[in-house]
Ligand binder design. Structure first.
Ligand SMILES: Nc1ncnc2c1ncn2[C@@H]1O[C@H](COP(=O)(O)OP(=O)(O)OP(=O)(O)O)[C@@H](O)[C@H]1O
Ligand SMILES: [Mg+2]
Length: 464
């Protein structure tokens, strides 16, 4: 894992334990400057008192102190709050004591005298780890709590509003039109509507209007009588009647042939269907949920969709937002999918590296939630252990013509690949910004990356 400059600085509440006043002063001056809050203890016994009544994100403790040692402090901390990280400070590096401290659960150790940079790095990493554990735990809670509606999870404002609307609509029998890009979760919304409605015990029937040949779709929907056409050897009731009392989902309704649209409109108005070849109508009590990823306004304007049917379907419109427009949902969804997918593969995944999550947050997900689910599934399959790293959880690179830059021969002593890649990245980004006259959106286009991805890189590489 690399600690790039984009790594957020985690601030925490820190306890500093050392019997040398000069060390305490020196460390706390640094902590204050970096914006952490802290307390100090002049010996182990004092530390135990403080730990008993206050909790910390991080404890930095000297190992060698009279009476109550750093190891005693460490054990007390871990007993009271296992999630608190402990960094041990040793006066001389004897591997045994350091190893003993790590075994007892210390996160890391520092050898006196240590440099400020060194200490800063260790504190930063320890707090990051702490923040992640906190995240995983709080995400776990959110997954069972109010950040979900049936099988849908989401904590963004947009999704919370969607849940509220859907909960409300579920209680009515209104026709609903669900719109949104591919993979945003439209079908899941339709199921959630049904499952939380008074119709939950009745059938849920979904038909994909785009997948059934035009000449069969009418009979599929409305049924047919025996002999209505070649091959109709018996009566068939059709999807509307199959969904009697429940919910009928017309998926990809925008693909429905215009000839059939007028028949569907009639069914919605009359609440009755007439099977192909039949002479009698049959009453139906079905809630219709129509789904489309097309822009029906455009379809209507261009004459491919009947305006009267559009109005009939669009009584209540639920718009499912793009995933890129609600990045707050990404970590929650990642954990949701891990929980769903890992057991299927008999894997135990307990952690996602922050770097990996950052990579996902910078990606624009043209395939929306479905794409994220696929990425997580792949990562769970590839990960050998319980931690998903950025290598496993990598968004795909764009399929653009990646013209290969000239690469020199690998010298026998090897190269610093990360530095070289960063150089190439920096160079191309600068050129793109120059060519685009500083317009970032255009620069992103020239580089074949999303605007958000460019912003992430500018930040990472420290480019003005
Ligand atoms: N908010 C969510 N919470 C959990 N899972 C989700 C969520 N949104 C989508 N998914 C999952 O993502 C996948 C795609 O969702 P879904 O099939 O509902 O998308 P869609 O909008 O109908 O896509 P398409 O237009 O391509 O048919 C499914 O596996 C679904 O379970
Ligand atoms: Mg769908």
């Amino acid at each position: 894992m690399t600690t790039g400059s984009t790594a957020p600085t985690y601030r925490g509440h820190i306890l500093v334990v050392d019997d040398e006043a000069s060390v305490r002063d020196w460390v706390t001056i640094y902590l204050k400057r970096e914006g952490h809050s802290f307390r100090t203890a002049a010996n182990g016994a004092e530390a135990l008192d403080i730990i008993a009544e206050e909790s910390f994100d991080l404890v930095i403790t000297d190992l060698k102190m009279p009476k109550v040692s750093g190891l005693d402090v460490l054990r007390a901390v871990k007993e009271r709050s296992p999630e608190t990280e402990v960094v041990m400070v040793t006066a001389f590096a004897t591997p045994e004591t350091a190893i003993e401290a790590m075994k007892a659960g210390a996160y890391d150790y520092l050898t006196k005298p240590f440099k400020i940079d060194e200490m800063g790095l260790v504190i930063g990493r320890a707090l990051e780890k702490r923040a992640l554990v906190q995240d995983v735990n709080s995400l776990r809670e959110q997954l069972v709590g109010r950040h979900r509606f049936e099988d849908l999870v989401g904590k963004s404002e947009a999704m919370r509003q969607l849940f509220d609307l859907a909960r409300h609509v579920a209680q009515t029998r209104s026709t609903v039109l669900i719109t949104g890009e591919s993979g945003t979760g439209k079908e899941l919304v339709a199921r959630a509507l049904h499952n939380s409605s008074p119709r939950a015990g009745a059938p849920f029937v979904a038909i994909n209007c785009g997948a059934i040949p035009e000449n069969l779709l009418e009979a599929e929907l409305f049924g047919h009588v025996r002999g209505a056409f070649t091959g109709a050897t018996s009566d068939s009731e059709g999807m509307f009647l199959a969904a009697q009392g429940g919910t009928l989902v017309l998926d990809e309704v925008g693909e429905m042939p215009i000839s059939l649209q007028v028949k569907l409109l009639r069914v919605l108005q009359e609440r009755a269907v007439r099977p192909v070849g039949g002479t009698r109508d049959r009453q139906v009590d079905v809630r219709v949920v129509a789904i489309t990823n097309r822009d029906l306004d455009v379809e209507v304007a261009e004459g491919r969709f009947r305006q009267d049917l559009y109005y009939r379907l669009n009584v209540i419109n639920i718009v499912v937002p793009r995933l890129a427009d609600r990045p707050e949902d990404i970590p929650l969804l990642v954990h949701h999918f891990i929980r769903k997918l890992a057991p299927e593969q008999s894997k135990r995944i307990v952690e996602v590296e922050p770097e990996a999550m950052r990579g996902l947050l910078a990606y624009d997900f043209p395939g929306n939630v479905r794409e994220l689910e696929n990425i997580v599934e792949r990562a769970v399959t590839l990960a050998p252990g319980p931690v998903l790293t950025a290598t496993h959880l990598a968004p795909p690179s764009h399929g653009l013509t990646a013209r290969r830059p000239c690469v020199g021969e690998l010298p026998p002593e090897g190269v610093d690949l990360e530095a070289i890649v960063a150089d190439v990245e920096r160079d191309y980004i600068r050129q793109a910004l120059e060519q685009s006259g500083g317009v970032r959106k255009e620069a992103a286009r020239l580089l074949g990356i999303s605007f958000r991805s460019l912003r992430y890189r500018l930040d990472k590489l420290d480019i003005e």
